[in-house]
Design a protein around this ligand. Structure first.
Ligand SMILES: [Ca+2]
Length: 124
């Protein structure tokens, strides 16, 4: 019962945003279906996004974004991942469906060199 009340409240909050159904917690500009990667903590400093058409980026340096990411937000129904090295190699770090990390660990700071979406919510 309590869960239903909370669900109704969240639905109401989402409907207040311009009449569109978006995840109320998504940062501005991180559209439904996107996985958004930010230069700074707390989803700031400019973003490079995995969108509905750009579903993978093998070389983040092509976007001026090599070894820059400090936070990310998934507004996507399936998993995604980022990698320490280009071409989806090196350590892989999962970005689970509809989750986020507002400040990466110091070890992971400024390491991302490639990123991709998957087609399953249990890919990683
Ligand atoms: Ca790297």
């Amino acid at each position: 019962m309590k869960r239903n009340v909370i669900g109704a409240a969240l639905f109401g909050a989402a409907m207040l945003i311009g009449g569109t159904t978006v995840a109320s917690a998504a940062p501005a500009g991180c559209e439904a279906g996107w996985v958004c990667m930010y230069r700074d903590d707390d989803y700031k400093g400019g973003a490079v996004n995995l969108t509905n058409t750009t579903t993978s980026i093998a070389v983040l340096s092509n976007y001026g974004f090599n070894d820059e990411m400090n936070s990310w937000f998934s507004n996507f129904k399936y998993d995604a991942a980022w990698f320490y090295d280009a071409n989806y190699s090196g350590s892989r770090k999962c970005m689970n469906s509809y989750s986020s990390n507002h400040s990466l660990s110091l070890a992971d700071y400024d390491e991302a060199s490639s990123a991709r979406k998957y087609t399953s919510a249990t890919a990683c």
